[in-house]
Design a protein around this ligand. Structure first.
Ligand SMILES: Cc1ncc(COP(=O)(O)O)c(C=O)c1O
Length: 287
């Protein structure tokens, strides 16, 4: 038998997807199981979004789109950033992909060289360490246990930074802990980051799932940091569209360009129908 890729053989399959499959199997066998695996809203995709998809099919919007996303969806994403996060982006700073998972992978691939250190906290989303392996980077993990509310401190971040640090992955609200940093806590971490050349990937996929009146703050809002941040978000969690596969990255053009090149040779555009319905998700209408 030929020897297969050492790199891909070193990567674990997604534990979340494996547990989700197991839960489905046990439920099919009639067992009463509660799933704490995939982060998935427990309500169906709203009707107006489904209707927009049906309309897109009937309008024959079923061909390849621009690699980086349709201009109308990119415009809707830019408007979302402006309205929700007070952030200004130009169309060439946005890349739409097949889920935020692909967005993060594209961006890590665009930034990292073998041996680069990627800092993130534990507990973490299961795909971070495996993606770091895929880009041949080195994970530098900061422990954040229950005693700190599953949050890291600026001092811990500072101590984790070395001359080899390339990327900091930040995820608030967090999967799996649900820990949500306050704007003040995020600003304190930003004050460390702004003094470095490290790129931050801010995974904000759970932005809309904040309870107790908490406020979402993107590190890209911190003065002087926007050029060192790629914000990741998507439709999966906010609009219960996990199966539709639409995510997006917003950041410096030179990084987005490289990530888009990679995507152009791997998956091309995100699903045309899902892109059309995503526009109606953002503006809450059936257009
Ligand atoms: C922290 C985190 N980031 C990103 C994703 C990817 O979401 P999607 O690819 O469905 O947009 C998930 C999904 O579970 C997640 O939990």
């Amino acid at each position: 038998m030929i020897e297969l890729s050492k790199l891909i053989s070193s990567v674990e399959g997604s534990a979340t997807l494996a547990i989700t499959a197991l839960v489905k199997k046990l439920k099919a066998e009639g067992k009463d199981v509660l799933s704490f695996s995939a982060g998935e809203p427990d309500f169906p995709t709203p009707t107006f979004i489904k209707e927009a998809a049906i309309q897109a099919i009937n309008d024959n919007f079923t061909k390849y789109t621009a690699n980086a996303g349709t201009p109308d969806l990119i415009a809707a994403i830019i408007a979302k950033f402006k309205n929700d996060n007070k952030l200004d982006y130009t169309p060439d700073q946005i890349l739409v992909s097949s889920g935020a998972k692909q967005s993060i992978y594209n961006v890590l691939m665009a930034i990292c060289n073998p041996g680069d250190e990627v800092i993130y906290q534990s507990p973490y989303w299961v795909s971070y360490p495996e993606m770091v392996k895929l880009v041949q980077g080195k994970s530098v993990i900061i422990d954040a246990g229950p005693e700190s509310g599953y949050k890291i401190t600026p001092a811990q971040l500072k101590a984790a930074i070395t001359p080899k640090s390339k990327v900091f992955i930040f995820n608030s609200p967090s999967n799996p802990t649900g820990a949500t940093y306050t704007p003040e806590e995020i600003k304190a971490l930003c004050a460390v980051l702004v003094e470095t050349d490290i790129m931050t990937i801010s995974d904000e996929i759970y932005e809309k799932i904040i309870f107790d009146g908490g406020e979402h703050y993107s590190p890209a809002q911190y003065p002087g940091l926007k050029d060192k941040i790629v914000v990741i978000n998507g439709l999966s969690k906010a609009y219960s569209m996990t199966g539709w596969r639409v995510g997006y990255a917003a950041g410096p053009k030179h990084i987005i360009d490289l990530a888009a090149n990679l995507q152009s040779h791997s998956t091309s555009n995100a699903c045309s129908i899902s892109q059309k319905s995503s526009i109606s998700s953002f503006d809450g209408s059936n257009n």
